[in-house]
Design a binder for this molecule. Structure first.
Ligand SMILES: *Cc1c(COP(=O)(O)O)cnc(C)c1O
Length: 370
């Protein structure tokens, strides 16, 4: 093994270039590069089938899809969300002039804690934006019950989940809308890309209009839309990626299992086990360092790995509520978010991607076992 080689937290899934060429030739021949082309339509159909959802609308990326999802439902005022996510979850609210209201996460899988939601509801609350963080399904039944009681919409940030099912039901079928990301670093990528999943044809049409400037016909504009379309090269990439995705997830699962068997039982090093009755996509492999019990801080572990050319990532540190844009909010106060404040200091995500070598996994585990 080349020990000078750097290992990053992820490496994009790529099909063979050879297989991609015929798709490009087709695009060159048809001269349709975007605007709901043939590959775009085909990818929407194939994703619906693969993911087990009724309707999907493809986007240029996950962040614009989140922003558009909020527009589609005309969400305003305040939205309850989690501080423990990638910044884009909350930025999407900000871009819609919506006030984020942070609620703490639950201590087992770090998704929005439904028992803390009601206390954060005000007359201005219009929706809940939970995140299936690390691909672990939120407590969707409890969240929906609160939403129904208070007349709130639910938009799931499902950017970490691809093909995740709970009790054999795709998690994407919960809530009013779910938003996906197909960014290069995600389990399934189209270079950049994203999608909104919805449950009826009328909503699908509204989302399709919104992502294309609001056009509902050649001369009819029904909403102040945006340009958020996925192009044909991205869609072609997605079609090819779908052929390899099952094998990629199996490899991710094997890596997670290797880490778990090597790292379990280490004093002060916490692991996330698979949730019961959930088919996971193994998008991340977070470990949690308890400074006192492990004998080193998370940041010391992060630096130590780096010295060995292993580049873990502290997902999610800092919390979204700690960034300058949001830290002044009442709900961003640390005492409001004790679990998130603790977990953000303990977490480090280890490399996980289909081509990660066995030797590298062994090397990482050895560093952590010292
Ligand atoms: C990746 C990600 C996004 C943003 O998706 P992009 O496609 O990169 O714009 C949003 N939310 C979460 C939780 C993510 O991980």
């Amino acid at each position: 093994m080349d020990t000078s080689k750097k290992t990053f937290v992820t490496q994009p899934l790529l099909p063979s270039l050879e297989e991609f060429i015929p798709y490009l030739e087709k695009i060159w021949k048809n001269k349709i590069l975007t605007n709901n082309g043939a590959f775009h339509q085909q990818l929407e159909a194939e994703l619906c089938k693969y993911l087990g959802v009724k309707h999907i609308s493809l986007f240029c990326n996950g962040t614009i899809a989140l922003i558009t999802a909020l527009q589609a439902l005309k969400i305003t005022g305040e939205v309850i969300t989690t501080p423990y996510s990638f910044v884009a979850s909350t930025h999407a609210l900000w871009w819609n002039n919506i006030k984020p209201v942070f609620v703490d996460i639950e201590p087992d899988y770090f998704t929005l804690d439904p028992t803390k939601i009601e206390a954060a509801i005000t007359p201005n609350t219009t929706a809940i934006l939970p995140v299936h963080v690390y691909g672990n399904p939120c407590k969707m039944v409890e969240i929906q019950k609160i939403a129904d009681t208070y007349g709130l919409k639910v938009i799931y940030d499902a950017c970490h989940t691809f093909g995740v099912k709970q009790n054999n039901i795709p998690v994407l079928n919960f809530g009013d809308l779910s938003v996906m990301s197909f960014h290069a670093t995600k389990v399934f990528n189209t270079f950049e890309g994203g999608a909104i999943v919805c449950h009826d044809a009328t909503m699908k049409q509204r989302i399709d209009n919104l992502k294309n400037f609001g056009f509902a016909g050649e001369t009819t504009v029904v909403a102040p839309g945006i340009n958020a379309k996925m192009n044909e090269v991205q869609a072609a990439m997605g079609l090819l990626q779908l052929k390899n995705i099952d094998a990629a997830i199996v490899k991710r699962k094997q890596i997670a299992e290797s880490y778990r068997s090597a790292l379990q039982g280490i004093q002060g090093l916490g692991l996330l086990e698979d949730m019961p009755a959930v088919k996971h996509c193994y998008s991340y492999f977070p470990v949690f360092i308890n400074h006192e019990k492990y004998g080193k801080s998370r940041d010391e572990v992060y630096e130590l790995l780096k010295q060995h050319n292993i580049y873990g990532r502290r997902y999610f540190y800092p919390l979204i509520s700690q960034f300058p844009t949001y830290r002044g909010l009442e709900s961003a106060k640390p005492e409001n978010l004790p679990i998130a404040e603790r977990i953000t200091e303990e977490v480090i995500c280890l490399p996980i991607y289909p081509e990660l070598e066995k030797d590298t996994i062994v090397k990482i585990c050895k560093i952590l076992m010292k």
